[in-house]
Design a protein around this ligand. Structure first.
Ligand code: TTP
Length: 626
């Protein structure tokens, strides 16, 4: 659901930069002989020459469109060069495009906060850079303005023929309002960045420069390729007046349809007829205000400082006769998708020290009889466990859970037409090798517990399957995770773990993983001991837990000691035999944590005591009196 955010209109300078026919450019860089000729990138598939996923601007002139297949494109443009997407594991391998996107991001992120929005687009917050430029070298004082900047399309300026002259005048107008001067500075910075991108990567890109993300995004696509468009505040009303509502982000679906069908609102400008109260009455408080705002070009969405992907996903479609009919076929494809996903999250962990927490499966399917023809295959999530086999195992369980729900009581044959698996809720791990810090950001149980049916959660349905990389996950993925962890794990620990977690009534939220560190050492004879004093040395795990879940009283005990525990007793420590630790469990951890744990186990074996003050000590402090 859209959320309105206050916007300090005009105070920000935001750019949206979008690469031009991106996959084509990546292929043209690989094969320079393709430059300048009509080219399209085709998805791996031999049916009618495969589906086009990127089309060069030269080919577009002939009427070649992304919706075409290779054979159709050849009919309208006989000279077209069709380049196959690289293939790995029987599906498109997007790695080359991903890293090309990263090259661009590393250049664009040098002038301000940068949010990577997809494989080939970013938002930049250039407010500070523009303010500095305006105070130090305002455009009117510049002898030469970047030629590329002067070619900008400035919305609201009249006369196409004198566009450049008008733009030049607009850039150097000394009586311009502060907001326009800021935009002019932003446009000069963007032109410079685009030049750098071209020089360093050989890729062209287009950009929109405005006072917020929504307007910048709308503008970046208005003049392509290799051009930029500026949206001064004075031009916003006209820009939105004729813009079809369905073109707006978040209005492409049901909300947009309802606006059209129920209110007769076809353009964003039509929304101006409705008061905020009326829109709130109809669509609820937040959505109503959001709609009222967008009709006026108001949007306070921030550019989030994020240059890495927010999720990793890989999918495969099985159109027409290729639809999958058996669980064995689904499993075989899932295994391949999971292999790729596992490699990518592992690489992310190694390179960026980030850990993914949620595994989500999306599928499209239909039943061969026409019962419930509109029923969708439910998307399912569970905590993500690292390791190819575990991901494959969990993905299979997610599919089975989804299929059961999809089929319901009907015994029916089914077909799966697409499958995708994604890793979301990716969080940083601290750079320092500290297991305690690692677990702050990670519900460890997600890495070690089975994706039992209790862990499997419904996920928001997605239409994201396809070849375009989804950097930003479904908006409610975080929400799903927040509720997604099995509460039962803590409520009813398995017998062999011999661990229990007691929490007081005042606990507001069910614990998500408090005992997880204990489960980590699943083979251990844990002898939880309640320390009778030293609350100041209260275990770090509990501090973390307290911060996370706002729980006021929560202690770890072993089964033999279940009972009420006083505040004084709350400090917990427990004991284990290093020899009892299952080494395969340690293999699941990130390498630097593994090293720390192994080092600690060795020293523990040697000394039979753990050094006070070690970060690990806080979790696994030994106590011979237990
Ligand atoms: P887009 O930015 O949507 O398009 P584009 O860069 O090819 O062309 P434009 O100049 O009009 O922006 O997508 C970026 C890349 O993502 C595109 O080159 C190929 C890939 N892609 C798919 O694989 N499938 C899709 O359905 C879309 C929309 C894109």
């Amino acid at each position: 659901m859209p959320i309105p955010r206050p916007d300090l209109q005009g105070d920000r300078v935001i750019a949206h930069v979008d690469m031009d026919c991106f996959y084509v450019q990546v292929e043209q860089r690989k094969q320079p002989k393709l430059r300048g000729s009509p080219t399209a990138v085709v998805q791996y598939n031999d049916w009618k020459g495969g589906a086009l996923i990127a089309v060069s601007y030269e080919a577009r002139k002939f009427g070649v469109k992304r919706s075409m297949r290779g054979a159709e494109a050849e009919m309208v443009c006989p000279n077209i060069q069709l380049v196959q997407v690289p293939v790995a594991r029987g599906k498109a391998d997007l790695n080359a495009y991903r890293s090309a996107g990263s090259e661009v991001v590393s250049i664009l992120s040098t002038k301000g906060r940068c949010e990577r929005a997809s494989i080939d687009e970013v938002y930049l917050d250039l407010t500070d850079a523009a303010e500095s430029m305006l105070s130090e070298t305002p455009p009117e004082a510049l002898e030469d303005i970047d030629e590329e900047a002067l070619k900008s399309h400035v919305l609201g300026l009249s006369g196409d023929e004198d566009r450049e002259k008008n733009a030049q005048r607009w850039f150097i107008r000394s009586d311009a309002i502060h907001q326009d001067k800021l935009l002019a500075c932003g446009a000069i910075i963007v032109a410079h960045l685009r030049g750098e991108v071209l020089k360093e990567t050989e890729f062209t890109c287009s950009a929109g420069i405005a006072h917020n993300k929504m307007l910048a995004k709308l503008a970046s696509g208005m003049h392509k390729p290799a051009q930029q468009t500026i949206v001064p505040s004075s031009a916003v009303k006209d820009l939105l007046a004729s813009l079809p509502v369905k073109k707006m982000k978040q209005l492409g679906g049901k909300l947009g349809s309802s606006l059209q069908n129920d209110l007769g609102v076809n353009t964003v400008g039509d929304l101006l007829k409705y008061s905020e109260e009326k829109l709130q009455e109809r669509y609820g408080f937040n959505t109503g205000t959001w709609l009222w705002n967008i009709a006026r070009g108001i949007s306070g969405d921030e550019v989030k400082g994020r240059v890495l992907t927010k999720s990793h996903g890989c999918g495969k479609t099985f159109p027409g006769p290729r639809a999958l009919k058996t669980t064995a076929a689904v499993e075989s494809w899932l295994n391949q998708l999971c292999e790729e996903l596992s490699e990518r999250i592992q690489l992310d962990m190694d390179q960026n020290k980030r850990v993914a927490h949620t595994l989500t499966l999306h599928a499209r399917a239909f039943k061969t009889s026409d019962v419930e023809p509109h029923k969708k295959f439910p998307s399912k999530s569970c905590p993500l466990r690292y390791g190819i086999n575990k991901i494959q195992e969990d993905a299979k369980k997610l599919f089975e859970a989804g299929l059961r729900e999809f089929l319901g009581s009907h015994i029916n044959a089914w077909r799966v037409t697409s499958l995708s698996i994604s890793a979301g809720k990716i969080l940083d791990t601290p750079r320092t090798s500290s297991i305690s810090r690692f677990f702050q950001g990670k519900s460890l149980s997600s890495a070690i517990s089975d994706a039992s049916n209790d862990d499997i959660q419904d996920d928001a349905p997605s239409s994201s399957i396809g070849c375009k990389e989804n950097i930003v996950p479904e908006s409610d993925e975080d929400e799903v995770f927040a509720h997604g962890k099995s509460v039962k794990e803590d409520d009813a620990p398995s017998k062999d773990r011999k661990i229990d977690v007691l929490c007081t009534q005042s606990r507001k939220q069910k614990d998500k993983g408090n005992g997880s560190i204990l489960r980590f050492f699943s083979g251990i004879k844990t002898s939880a001991k309640l320390a009778s004093n030293a609350p100041s040395s209260r275990s770090e795990s509990h501090k973390v837990q307290d911060q996370r879940d706002h729980q006021e009283e929560c202690v770890v005990d072993d089964h033999s000691r279940l009972g009420t525990i006083s505040n004084q007793q709350r400090d917990d420590s427990w004991k284990f035999n290093a020899e009892d630790i299952d080494p395969s469990v340690i293999d699941e951890l990130p390498p630097e944590i593994q090293r720390e744990v192994r080092g600690w186990i060795c020293s523990s074996k040697r000394a039979k005591t753990t050094k006070q003050g070690s970060s690990i000590f806080h979790y696994f402090s030994t106590d011979d009196n237990a």
